[in-house]
Design a protein around this ligand. Structure first.
Ligand SMILES: C[S@@+](CC[C@H](N)C(=O)[O-])C[C@H]1O[C@@H](n2cnc3c(N)ncnc32)[C@H](O)[C@@H]1O
Length: 230
């Protein structure tokens, strides 16, 4: 007799699940808005609950978790400042995890891209879209409060500076900064590991404690995720 898919909670990260279907095992989050699709994700219903598969080739934190990330600070109730939220692919999974008591302040510089986020934010109700440049944190001071997590994925050469500027204003003491680093957007001439070390050194000099770095290959070659604490 063939068995249907099974869901089990991730042992370390609340709100993150494994879906086992035959020999396939995928990461997933529980859909905060059952029946609503935030992008073209795959949904699986197990025991009446709708899970959304979290694909590591589309979303860097999923790649980091599959590659053994130990510090994943996004949990039910988290307040997050997300720089470079784009149309919300990754943010939709964060939104599932943080639930109704959490909030994501999502900063995006491109109006065209942010427009795609609006229906997602509308349905989910825990995402606040902000059209602004993350280089100018003072511009969203009227909306954003102190947060538990600062998540940075802007793919810009000065990402570390952008992170520190925002951490200085919005990240609470003891909060976490998570940055997705694309080596080639910082320096194409250097080996990726050297670029990651430069970013880590900059964060350390900026007063953060670097806890961990996870390479995102093979899902996202020449990318890494760095987690630091304030
Ligand atoms: C790699 S994409 C983000 C993908 C998204 N984090 C996800 O996983 O679903 C980088 C995004 O950062 C935005 N961006 C670039 N520079 C920015 C800035 N200075 N302020 C805010 N957003 C910026 C880009 O428009 C783009 O949408």
């Amino acid at each position: 007799m063939s068995r249907g898919p099974r869901a089990s909670p991730h042992k370390s990260f609340k709100g993150v699940f494994w879906i086992q279907d035959g020999r396939r095992r995928n990461l997933a989050t529980l859909n905060l808005v059952p029946g609503f699709r935030s992008y073209d994700e795959v949904s699986v219903v197990v025991n009446g609950k709708e899970y959304r598969i979290w694909p590591p080739r589309r979303s860097k934190p999923a790649a980091a978790i599959l590659n053994g990330l130990k510090n994943f600070p996004i949990r039910p109730g988290s307040r997050i400042l997300y720089l470079g939220i784009a149309s919300g692919t990754t943010a939709s999974h964060f939104s599932d995890i943080i639930g109704r008591k959490g909030v994501i302040y999502g900063v995006e510089i491109s109006q065209r891209v942010l427009r795609e986020l609006l229906p997602v934010a509308d349905a989910r109700r825990n995402i606040v879209p902000i059209l602004a440049s993350a280089r100018r944190p003072e511009e969203y001071a009227h909306v954003v409060e102190m947060v538990d997590v600062l998540y940075v994925d802007v793919a810009q050469p000065d990402q570390a500076e952008i992170l520190l500027k925002n951490a200085g204003v919005y990240l609470r003491r003891g909060g976490y900064a998570v940055i997705a680093v694309k080596a080639s957007s910082i320096d194409v001439t250097l080996p990726p590991k050297k670029v990651y070390r430069l970013v880590e050194d900059r964060l350390t000099r900026g007063g953060l404690k670097v806890l961990e770095r996870v390479d995102l290959a093979p899902f996202d070659p020449k990318h890494a995720m760095i987690v630091a604490k304030k």
